[in-house]
Ligand binder design. Structure first.
Ligand SMILES: Cc1cc2nc3c(=O)[nH]c(=O)nc-3n(C[C@H](O)[C@H](O)[C@H](O)COP(=O)(O)O)c2cc1C
Length: 161
């Protein structure tokens, strides 16, 4: 199954997760791990499965990720499987009760990314997933790279099934 992994990243954490996700696919299956602003239409056209991820910024996907989703032509993902992920802070460790409340209220990037992919015709094959960073610029929490690779295996199986 030809798979394209698209990500945005400011500090490198989401890029690391995207590369861990790629490790779950055979090299011949993976069309690339491409930054949102570098994706070309031919890459999308060749993909059976698109996995897209972004850092959570102010409770939503990054500007680049939102632009990528918005600029996808209507129906661009018809017939394709899609899945979304993000990186995020652990709400349980938010420095204030207000912030914890806001995080729980407004959520994270992965769900709106999945919604954006579905809006362009994609078939969402997995629950949106979040991977934790320990500070606002990272690093990734221990074990998250392995969890990302395992999540990608389940996405791959769901897309194939
Ligand atoms: C300006 C800014 C806003 C952020 N907003 C959120 C947020 O709303 N929710 C959250 O869980 N993490 C938030 N974070 C933490 C980011 O999710 C974290 O920087 C990101 O996971 C790092 O990924 P990257 O290295 O790929 O950029 C924010 C970080 C910054 C710098």
């Amino acid at each position: 199954m030809k798979t394209l992994i698209v990500y945005d990243s400011y500090f490198g954490n989401t890029e690391q997760i995207a590369r861990a996700i790629a490790a779950a696919f055979d090299p011949g299956e993976c069309l690339g791990v491409i930054r949102v602003d570098e994706v070309v239409p031919e890459q999308l056209a060749a993909a059976d499965l698109l996995i897209a991820g972004s850092p959570t910024r102010a409770f939503r996907p990054s500007d680049g990720t939102r632009a990528f989703l918005k600029n996808l032509p209507a129906g661009a993902l018809a017939g394709r499987s899609v899945a979304a992920f993000d990186t995020r802070l652990d709400a349980e460790q938010a420095p204030s009760a207000l912030l914890k409340f806001l995080v729980k209220l407004f959520g994270y990037a992965a769900k709106p990314i999945a919604g954006g992919l579905a809006k362009k015709g994609g078939r969402v094959v997995a629950e949106p997933e979040g991977f934790l960073v320990d500070g606002s610029e990272g690093p990734l929490r221990e074990g998250e790279l392995e969890r990302a690779e395992n999540w990608a295996r389940s996405v791959r199986a769901a897309a194939a099934g």
